[in-house]
Design a protein around this ligand. Structure first.
Ligand SMILES: Nc1ncnc2c1ncn2[C@@H]1O[C@H](COP(=O)(O)OP(=O)(O)OP(=O)(O)O)[C@@H](O)[C@H]1O
Length: 604
């Protein structure tokens, strides 16, 4: 399998990467870390210096003890107390300064790690916000939430605690080995021999637990996806009495997560005792071989004591390395996913050499356009379609005919596979997103309101607008009266009790937002669906004001909305099958005329 199969978030749900894939993913994670650490390299260097010095100081202590027992103690027995006093002072200084440096190191590393966390958090947020609609439609919100929550928490856990343990273990291990080599090479040799099974044990554990942690990370993401999906769709779940089934599915995912975790725990059940056995065996061998030499008179007793202390020091932190590896594996799995999301590129990118749109345009043209989602079949084919500036076009057709897709191409949420969509003669691919969002605004059925006041929500259309302009926009679309009647009028917080607005009112707020934005092209995708029938006249009047002096594309399933259009395009299987004014199409007695008759019948 080639490396490209794991580019970005693809292959994320697999726990069975090949070696080459694993390597490429690991490199991607490291690149991300290096990129984040580069601007903080001074802090990093200082932290490393502090920890190295403190470890050296601590590693010297057993040698000082050996000197104290073998040289200073006999001198004291002869009445010379100076050497033992010096040795005791040296132990005190080494231990004391070493301890102080450890304290400083803890602060430094915490600063560094917090900086990394904040940087990661903001990068994920900024980046996912920038990614195209195509990414978000394919990557569920549950998964993006796990990137920002459980994944970042695993990384934080590693950075907060376990990393200290690893640094400790590695440095103490290295310095201990050096000190032991200088002090007694034969004990050092025994320790080196013990490192062969140690390396094998570690390698086995890392390999197995890596697999295990990938599986737990996949399982935990699934759990979050199930939760988020159920809660965001809670209306449908309750309406269709699907609570039991969703609970069953959730329990299934929870079981999968539990099993994956248990597999990892079982690995620890083997690794920890094996490590302890290896440590005790090494100490026993050093003690036996050392005792033989002490009896022979070839080894001083203080050196044997120091050698045993060094071997203990060597194995002591290794048990903590297991804890580190635990957090490391889950953090590495998390970082892999995070770096995958960060590797995704917006599929709808800004041009290198943008062209400017004219100020008051609005002419749309589809030129030999063909489009399909992802690598899927083609769902839209528009060989030639021109919408002159100022025209209101209604898109009509059976469900799945391609109306929303056509609208999404005009708003450039997607680029066509072939051909071009042009606005005032400029290919949309050559327009910057800032320019495009000014020229084209799409209002959808969801009419999403952000936390904040009603005025803030309308002002999204034009952040520089004054309150008078905001109110004028609300008046134009017929939203002013109900906003005034809210507890705090325009200052009402839409997320607070009492500030809750109905779906239809939300729609009107989003109309006001669009009116204030004053785009050359406005797209309404089923945007009138939530408005209540009793206000139909109001809706029509509001729409007429909203659509005046601009090009508009309306997708609507209600006749009254379509009737205000200058032109109707009937779509079927991704193509335009009828095109004309409502009156012309009725006279032609085709599909639109039939639809019109059916609608008229239901309105009576
Ligand atoms: N995000 C997507 N990924 C893959 N296929 C999609 C996606 N969105 C729509 N499609 C497919 O594209 C085709 C056209 O869908 P589109 O939403 O444009 O239809 P529509 O005419 O707007 O339908 P409706 O009136 O039901 O909203 C359909 O076959 C649909 O299954």
């Amino acid at each position: 399998m080639s490396i490209t199969t794991v580019h970005g978030t693809s292959g994320e749900d697999r726990g069975d990467y090949t070696r080459a894939e694993s390597r490429s993913i690991r490199r991607r994670s490291l690149r991300l870390l290096a990129d984040i650490l580069r601007p903080r390299r001074r802090l990093l260097v200082l932290t490393v210096v502090v920890v190295v010095v403190s470890t050296i100081l601590r590693a010297v202590v057993p040698s000082l003890i050996a000197y104290g027992i073998d040289a200073a103690l006999p001198a004291a027995l002869d009445g010379d107390w100076a050497p033992i006093l010096w040795t005791a002072s040296a132990i005190l200084v080494a231990g004391g300064v070493g301890g102080l440096l450890v304290g400083w190191y803890v602060v430094l590393i915490a600063r560094l790690m917090q900086a990394i966390m904040i940087e990661l958090r903001t990068r994920i947020f900024r980046h996912t916000q920038r990614l195209s609609l195509e990414f978000h439609e394919g990557y569920t919100s549950g998964r993006i939430i796990s990137r920002q929550t459980s994944d970042l928490e695993s990384i934080q856990e590693l950075l907060d605690g376990s990393l200290n343990e690893l640094v400790d273990a590695v440095l103490i291990g290295a310095f201990t080995l050096c000190a032991l080599l200088l002090l007694d090479w034969q004990s050092a040799l025994i320790l080196c021999a013990a490192m062969i099974p140690l390396v094998l044990l570690m390698r086995w554990f890392v390999r197995e637990s890596q697999r295990g942690f990938r599986a737990t990370s996949v399982a935990s993401a699934k759990l979050i996806v199930r939760f988020v999906e159920t809660m965001t769709g809670i209306r449908a779940v309750q309406a269709f009495r699907k609570e039991r089934r969703r609970s069953r599915e959730f329990a299934g995912a929870a079981k999968e997560y539990l099993d994956a975790n248990l597999r990892v725990v079982r690995l620890y059940g083997v690794f920890d005792p094996a490590l302890m056995l290896l440590g005790s065996t090494t100490i026993a061998v050093v003690l036996l071989w050392g005792s033989l030499r002490v009896v022979d008179g070839t080894l001083a007793i203080g050196v044997l004591l120091a050698a045993i202390m060094y071997v203990r020091n060597f194995f002591g932190p290794l048990e903590e390395v297991a804890t580190f590896l635990n957090s490391y594996q889950s953090a590495a799995a998390a970082l892999e996913k995070v770096s995958g999301v960060l590797e995704e590129e917006p599929t709808v990118a800004d041009p290198d050499q943008p062209e400017r749109l004219p100020d008051h345009g609005g002419t749309i043209r589809f030129d030999e356009v063909e489009f399909g989602y992802g690598a899927g079949r083609s769902v839209l084919r528009i060989p030639d379609l021109a919408i002159p500036s100022g025209q209101t076009v209604a898109l009509v057709g059976t469900t799945g005919a391609g109306k929303s897709t056509l609208a999404k191409l005009v708003a450039r949420f997607y680029d066509p596979r072939r051909g071009a969509v042009r606005l005032d003669g400029v290919d949309l691919r050559s327009v910057t997103s800032a320019d495009l969002r000014r020229a084209v605004v799409m209002v959808t059925q969801e009419a999403y309101l952000f936390s904040g006041s009603v005025a803030d929500n309308i002002a999204l259309g034009n952040p520089d607008a004054s309150l008078a302009e905001i109110q004028a926009a609300a008046r134009a679309v017929g939203a002013h009266e109900f906003i005034e009647a809210l507890p705090d009028g325009y200052d009402t917080d839409v997320n607070k009790r009492g500030g809750r607005v109905s779906a239809g009112q939300r729609q009107l707020i989003s109309f006001a937002r669009a009116f204030l934005a004053d785009p050359a092209v406005l797209i309404l995708d089923e945007a009138t669906a939530s408005l209540d029938l009793p206000s139909e006249r109001q809706v029509q009047a509001a729409l007429q004001r909203l659509l005046a002096d601009r090009t508009a594309i309306i997708i609507a399933h209600r006749l009254s909305t379509i009737e205000i259009a200058d032109r109707v395009l009937v779509m079927e299987h991704g193509g335009v099958v009828e095109d004309g004014s409502p009156a012309q199409l009725i006279a032609r007695d085709g599909r639109y005329a039939r639809l019109h008759r059916e609608w008229a019948a239901t309105q009576e």
